[in-house]
Ligand binder design. Structure first.
Ligand SMILES: Nc1nc2c(ncn2[C@@H]2O[C@H](COP(=O)(O)OP(=O)(O)O)[C@@H](O)[C@H]2O)c(=O)[nH]1
Ligand SMILES: [Ca+2]
Length: 461
């Protein structure tokens, strides 16, 4: 049990140790007793119970009676990220200490489930059930007194749309799953805004992740703001976002790669783009040639990026793929790179400026770097682009030693190398800050999206 703070213990103690015959005149006893009762209850209420649970005596106290930092200034936001490979819930707690200042992010509760909603295309109820179970966590995390004013939103990333289109199930995904998820939301005690379930535009995905990282690293407030660019590599799509420093970049960039965005009373003109079909798993399919084939069932898809003797099945987005190594032909980094580079070469815009900047990279960049011990799994680390290439060579040229955990490790590292170098045009020595969390908060578009949501609902300034 949470120990009572000293003030509350003292008040209770006085109540318990009250002499049977008080020295106060009898006439005064009820007032005296009520005084202590109010003091004790208010002390417990403000310091221990109020943020956590609804009490019968809650209505006795005005909402602003608790000192600063208590619930009058605390608010919450719930954001679901329905990604192509999994569904995640982010429950944020904010504290507005001063109406003039930005709210402070006090903490996050994060949980994820696999697979993503796209895997439930033929059983949408089961998919919605994964959302309901995650939402139960929010009931634990948010005090009941705040449920009605805590918004809950689910955004599916464009990756889900890509997969659904591939399977010609767009109607099902865009209609059925959102409807059932919305029902789950409506049945919950939380605030369900209009458009609470929807597909997020790819350009927002990049902008909102950029806001998250720059907020968490303290670049969106205070002086000497030096924003950092962000790289997100999902299963189906990948995003690059940065604030251009040079006029030439703005001049040389196609207009649909530039987006003005207002947040915390500042306007940012960002370079941002989401490449649909260039996520790590979509790239595997492209490398295997699966996207060009109409009926993949029964077709063996082979690649020099896979162990020679391998023959296996892979279920992704509700489709079964059969894949294997080049039994007769070559394997290793060189032939693999030649295969993978075709997926990216000439297909991405290359802004000159990024060669001279460093970037924060997360999601699959992080996972694959951690899987191969290039960075610490918990703390992350700093790498150069050439480190991915070095590791790709090591893994692909010694496939038997490395690929027992995932047969795709060589292909994935080679794809990351090709994407960074041939795709975006990064230099070998461009620095990448691999980050999963900053100050214990997940680096994901979800926080930026929650700020945006709270702002649009007028819940923050
Ligand atoms: N730790 C963590 N990983 C995330 C989060 N969001 C996405 N990922 C990672 O992103 C990758 C999958 O991307 P996903 O979002 O499913 O695909 P998308 O729909 O193409 O963006 C995996 O490596 C996940 O572990 C997050 O909030 N926290
Ligand atoms: Ca994602």
């Amino acid at each position: 049990m949470t120990p009572l703070p000293s003030g509350a213990t003292a008040a209770l103690g006085m109540l318990i140790h009250t002499p049977a015959v008080p020295r106060f005149p009898c006439r005064m006893a009820p007032i005296w007793l009520i005084g202590f009762l109010v003091l004790a209850l208010s002390s417990i209420y403000c310091t221990v119970l109020h943020p956590k649970q609804e009490m019968w005596f809650q209505g006795l106290f005005p909402s602003n009676m608790c000192p600063a930092n208590a619930s009058a200034y605390t608010f919450y936001g719930i954001m679901f990220d329905a990604g192509s490979t999994g569904t995640r819930i982010h429950i944020y707690t904010f504290v507005q200490k001063n109406p003039e200042q930005l709210p402070e992010l006090e903490g996050e509760i994060f949980e994820s489930v696999k697979p993503g909603l796209s895997a439930y295309a033929s059983e949408p109820k089961k998919g919605a059930e994964t959302v309901r179970i995650l939402l139960e966590m929010a009931k634990e995390a948010v005090p009941p007194s705040h449920w009605k004013k805590t918004p809950v939103v689910l955004k599916a990333t464009a990756g889900l749309r890509l997969l659904s289109e591939q399977k010609a199930q767009a109607l099902l995904l865009q209609g059925m799953i959102p409807r059932i998820v919305r029902e789950v939301f409506e049945k919950s005690p939380f605030l369900v805004p209009d458009n609470s379930v929807g597909i997020m535009d790819g350009c927002y995905e990049g902008i909102l992740a950029w806001i998250t990282v720059n907020f968490l690293t303290g670049q969106l407030y205070g002086q000497n703001q030096q924003t950092v660019g962000t790289l997100d590599l999902g299963g189906a799509s990948t995003q690059i976002t940065f604030l251009p420093r040079f006029e030439e970049t703005l001049e040389q960039t196609p207009v649909d790669f530039l987006s003005s965005f207002e947040m915390f009373n500042s306007t940012y003109k960002l370079y941002t783009h989401s490449y649909l079909g260039f996520g790590l798993k979509a790239a595997r399919l492209a490398t295997l040639g699966a996207l060009e084939i109409k009926a993949v069932d029964g077709q063996m898809l082979r690649s020099s990026c896979l162990p020679k003797q391998l023959e296996a099945e892979w279920h992704f987005g509700g489709v079964k793929y059969q894949y294997g190594g080049n039994r007769e032909g070559e394997t290793g980094f060189e032939p693999c790179y030649a295969e993978v580079v075709k997926v990216v070469q000439g297909k991405l815009h290359q802004p000159d400026e990024i060669r001279r900047s460093s970037f924060y990279a997360f999601s699959y960049y992080y996972d694959r770097a951690a899987d191969t011990n290039m960075i610490d799994y918990e703390k992350g680390g700093v790498l150069e682009v050439r480190d991915f290439e070095r590791k790709a060579k090591e893994v692909c040229d010694n496939m038997d030693m490395y690929t027992s955990a995932s047969p795709f490790l060589c292909m994935d590292l080679t794809y990351i190398t090709a994407l960074l170098k041939e795709g975006f045009g990064f230099g070998d020595n461009t620095l990448l800050q691999l980050t999963k969390k900053v100050n214990n908060i997940e680096t994901s578009w979800a926080l930026g999206a929650t700020f945006h949501l709270l702002q649009s609902l007028g819940l923050t300034h």
